[in-house]
Design a protein around this ligand. Structure first.
Ligand SMILES: C[S@@+](CC[C@H](N)C(=O)[O-])C[C@H]1O[C@@H](n2cnc3c(N)ncnc32)[C@H](O)[C@@H]1O
Length: 227
């Protein structure tokens, strides 16, 4: 397997995604962007380009928070990604960040993405690899432990409230670096770039330090549909 490039920070990760999207806007304007599993917050800054942003999420509470706090979606759809109707060849960019691990039927969702991307469009996919330490620990521990972790170790006071995670995880076999690579080979998708970074799962003091050194995690894949 090709060596992945390692990103040093979340900030660097976001700037890179912005660069990819802005490059697409050079010859296509306005860009039609689908944020699939958008949640309550979009971390990218696309100042300077014209775009429409469609957000789909199954959690109505998260979408309400998104509307109240940011009101940045052109269109908001409360629906399951497995059943939502997405127009064929509609989007220039699909952004799907830390969602597929929560979907029991992730491959079906990827098929929808491939179908609704325009030729030459890009899919930006962020997933925790089910085979990395983070993925493994999440898979073998029950949901109550994820909630406990979010509340008392990561110390997120909103954990479990309406519109906030943690969300149940399934980790279909495709939610891995090898799974995505195989899917792309079989479906006319080219992986343009792959990046990884160490995950910072929160916590404080010594707990935070231990988590940081033990866990290696995320792969970020940027895919492009063949013209
Ligand atoms: C961990 S959050 C990530 C939110 C956001 N994309 C981000 O990166 O901050 C996972 C999101 O996926 C959504 N989600 C999970 N399963 C879904 C499904 N089957 N259809 C649509 N959205 C789903 C959840 O409601 C939640 O908003």
């Amino acid at each position: 397997m090709k060596k992945v490039k390692v990103l040093k920070s979340w900030d660097q990760d976001c700037r890179l995604m912005e660069k990819y999207i802005k490059q697409k806007a050079i010859d296509r304007s306005p860009l039609h962007i689908l944020e699939a599993g958008c949640g309550q917050f979009w971390p990218l800054d696309l100042k300077g380009i014209q775009f429409t942003l469609t957000g789909v999420d199954i959690d109505e509470g998260a979408l309400q928070l998104r509307r109240t706090q940011y009101n940045d979606l052109t269109e908001m759809i409360v629906e399951d990604l497995r059943s939502v109707q997405l127009e064929k060849n509609r989007y220039d960019v699909i952004y799907n960040s830390y969602v597929l691990e929560h979907v029991d039927g992730a491959e079906r969702v990827l098929e929808k993405f491939a179908n609704s991307l325009k030729p030459g469009g890009i899919l930006i996919l962020r997933i925790p690899d089910r085979n990395c330490v983070h993925g493994f620990v999440t898979r073998v521990t029950p949901f109550w432990f994820h909630m406990f972790y979010a509340k008392y170790i990561a110390r997120n006071p909103d954990a479990g409230k309406t519109g906030f995670g943690p969300y149940p995880t399934f980790y279909d076999p495709i939610v891995s670096r090898a799974g995505i690579q195989e899917y792309c080979r079989n479906n006319h998708l080219t992986i343009k770039e792959e990046y990884g970074h160490r995950s910072d799962l929160g916590g404080q003091g010594i707990t935070r330090f231990l988590i940081y050194v033990v866990v290696r995690s995320f792969n970020i894949l940027s895919l492009v549909k063949h013209a």
